[in-house]
Design a binder for this molecule. Sequence first.
Ligand code: ADP
Length: 490
Amino acid sequence: MKILYVSAEMVPFAKEGGLADVAGALPVALSKEGIDVRTIMPAYRKIDRKKFSLKPVKGITPVKINYNGQELESSLLEGKLPGSDVIAYFVENEYFFGREGVYNNPDTKEGYEDNAERFVFFTRSIMELIKQLGWQPDLIHLNDHHTSLIAAYIKRLHAHDNFYKKMKVLLSIHNLGYQGIYPKEIMWFAMFDQSEYYPMSAFEFFDKVNFMKIGIIFSDIINTVSKTYAQEIMSSEEYGFGLEGVLRDRKDDLYGIVNGIDYSVWNPETDELIPNKFSIKDLTGKTKNKELLIKEQGLSFAEKKVPLLGIISRLADQKGFDILEGCMDDLMENDIRLIVLGTGQKKYHDMFEEYSKKYPGKIGVNLTFNNELAHKIEAASDMFLMPSRYEPCGLNQLYSMKYGTIPIVRTTGGLKDTVTPFDSQTGKGTGFTFDGYSSEELMVTISKALMAYQDKDKWAVLVQNAMNEDFSWSRSAKEYIELYNKALKK
Ligand code: ADP
């Protein structure tokens, strides 16, 4: 089976969020299962051509795409996903991708004004370039709205092209909060026929164009990154952001597959980024990491019975920081330490800075993107806070469990599917969960966790349960292969 895996970001080349982790790991796992998979993404300037030995693909003639009266050239580079034989392609064009950021201008932190054009260019280029590869995918696996126009290209514009005629499409939705909604004028650069644009058509969305909607309508099969999120996005506007009806129309083709995590990167037994390694059999390294990090963050000394709570997150409304703010004072009345790592919306930067001044010695605030510190926080903390408003899958709760760091999560999306509430009677469960999106419920649940922490024996059982969970990619890869087979039968 030949699969072309298309994503706007991919570890280790360019990462903005969880999508990159998935795009870097799933193709490798698929290839281990015997799938002939290749990946393709834009050749952003920041991707180190030398380090990854990227070379122009032999025998490929660059294609010319007319943009605003100029002919822009699109060419193809080739490398490998590190540590594997998976071929990785990169669409190169200086005008659209020769910039510092992936989606956002790093100076202004705002999205590039021509993001619609950039990703139309990316998808149109793919349609032209891959025909020259001498390798014909059976299925194209799309990820999120940056890539989703390809579904319409295959089913409409290129429907009679022999190369594409039988090709199937799977669209993975990683976050429906980002849909790629643009002024309707993008229709023309995207090469869609004007007659296709009318109220309620696949191409129209409240007088605009919505890339995700187009992808959902034209793909053979759709999946999200957890089963619960697949249900939630059909259920209400709160989760579907206006596409709930379109998704309901496709409910028979909508599936959920929870993400795996890369245990070669996130494993306390082998993690080179943490000061002391540890394992489920011997947690002394974890205790040492906690002492070290508390010191490093300039927090006051904490005895063993004082728990350390961690947060690593984009600071966005999605992640539940408004309900955390509502109980911050109650939380900080407890004898705890809290370490926060995140960047994002200014209001949350201000909020955490304010609290770090209000509770000196108790809260460490790091408003940056820092992968090493992320590993250290997972390796040092006793608990991890993730009170998300919605969460398609979520990765940090999975990393946390592996590091014996007990997740406190809201039961939404992937958090619901991966964290089981701890029952102190039976000793079963891996974390603490709450349903209602409110500061009160969050605080009640944190209090439960803080109480449980004082019972060392029970806490030890909980930590063992969490560390024993297995979210390796091979399991998810097998589920994707089942979906590919379903799509191929359509
Ligand atoms: P999302 O994709 O919505 O941001 P996920 O939990 O799926 O959320 O993935 C987030 C990824 O980004 C994780 O790998 C997490 O460790 C990482 N991350 C988020 N914020 C930071 C940060 N400030 N510094 C380092 N890593 C971060």
